[in-house]
Design a protein around this ligand. Structure first.
Ligand SMILES: [Zn+2]
Length: 392
């Protein structure tokens, strides 16, 4: 198999502290070699072995491709009018999801596929090389299972979110909807899903409903993740930790107990800066989580209602500016943090044996991701060793 060497890397983020400086394991004047889908060598350029092909990066920064552990890409239509109304003073509430549900049910398979492909191309262009996507805008057996069947053709990280919100037709019978989600809908969706998720919050599902939904999914071989504490402090974090969820997502409103639970668990706290940004909500106190020792990930939460961004650099910039992460912490959270939130060990790092998911920036350092907000800094992205974006 042909070996490709990336040489003349100004700063290489490996996310392995034993290989370089700081938590990010930064190597200056570095080289990296990959063969097929795997990285076979990293280190100082002066020590690099000969490879079949050489790509000179002219001092650019290189880092692991971003791992986006939370996105909702299976939908149709948009909600720009709702966004405009919200920016003019209307509050955000979970019920807005229902308008996307109506548009998604009305869309053809080809329209869903086309929208997904468009969004995935955007994700790759911003440097995201692993992404999760959820169902949750179908909310019928047929619509949820077709969303997951389509999604599973493009990512292994598919999440069954039949428990996104109670659909209008079950407004008077939420228990009936939980029964559908935990039985017939689950049976139809489980073959196409790796994860099960529930929106445990005001206006969505309560703690007992969330436990029942996650338990049913776990019994079918799915792994748990939870939308927790976005709109208010509640039982979401406790449920996530109890069910050994890989991730509790949003974490906007946390009590001291929630923070202790997360810090003492195997559950990653996934922060979604785009959601607070686009709903003009208070940001979570990420410093409390980090100082307590919790593992923190950053994800896009790409969805048409409350965070319609595919840009991880944007999320990093907001996490640094408004959640008070350092640039190094934000980059770690968007790479290895995301990998932990998906319980993946092959991505989120640039070390021997990891997948060749690589982002080269038109900048000398990863700090520029936060320092130059709104600027497209992507020079080249490799996904499993294959160039996605051809360098200009
Ligand atoms: Zn979400």
């Amino acid at each position: 198999m042909a070996a490709t060497a990336l040489v003349n890397i100004g700063t290489l983020v490996t996310n392995d502290a034993t290989l370089g400086n700081g938590t990010l394991g930064v190597i200056e004047n570095a080289a990296l070699i990959f063969e097929g889908e795997q990285i076979t060598w990293v280190g100082p350029a002066t020590e690099a072995p000969i490879a079949d092909q050489r790509i000179d990066l002219a001092g650019r920064a290189v880092l692991p491709g971003f791992v986006d552990s939370h996105a909702h890409l299976m939908f149709a239509g948009d909600r720009s009018a709702e966004f405009a109304a919200r920016m003019a003073g209307s509050p955000y509430h979970a019920g807005g999801i229902r308008s996307t549900v109506a548009m998604t049910r009305a869309a053809s398979d080809a329209q869903l596929q086309e929208n997904l492909t468009r969004l995935v191309n955007e994700l790759y262009s911003t440097g995201i090389t692993t992404f999760e996507t959820k169902s949750g805008y179908g909310l019928t057996v047929a619509d949820e299972s077709r969303a997951l069947a389509i999604a599973s053709t493009i990512t292994p990280e598919t999440t069954y979110l039949g428990a996104h919100v109670v659909p209008a037709e079950f407004a008077d019978d939420p228990a009936g909807y939980v029964d559908l989600v935990t039985h017939e809908m689950l049976t139809a969706c489980a073959p196409h899903a790796k994860w099960i998720d529930v929106f445990c919050d005001r206006g969505a599902f309560d703690g007992d409903q969330a436990r029942a939904i996650l338990r049913a999914g776990i019994d079918q071989g799915l792994m748990a993740r939870v939308h927790a504490n976005q709109l208010q402090a509640g039982p979401g974090i406790q449920v996530a930790v109890e069910m050994n969820a890989a991730s509790a997502d949003h974490c906007t409103h946390l009590t001291d107990t929630d923070i202790e639970l997360l810090a003492g668990s195997n559950t990653v706290a996934t922060l979604l800066p785009g959601a607070e940004f686009a709903t003009r909500s208070p940001y979570p106190d990420a410093r409390r989580l980090l100082d307590a020792g919790a593992t923190v990930a950053i994800a896009t939460d790409c969805n048409p209602g409350s965070s319609y961004t595919t840009s991880m650099p944007f999320c990093i910039a907001v996490a640094v500016r408004d959640m008070h992460l350092t640039p190094d912490e934000a980059v770690w959270s968007a790479t290895l943090g995301g990998a932990r939130a998906l319980r993946r060990t092959d991505v989120g790092r640039l070390t021997v044996g990891a997948r060749a998911d690589i982002l080269a920036l038109n900048a000398p350092s990863h700090v520029h991701l936060a320092y130059r907000p709104g600027v497209d800094l992507t020079h080249q992205v490799w996904v499993g060793g294959r160039a996605h974006r051809v360098a200009s």
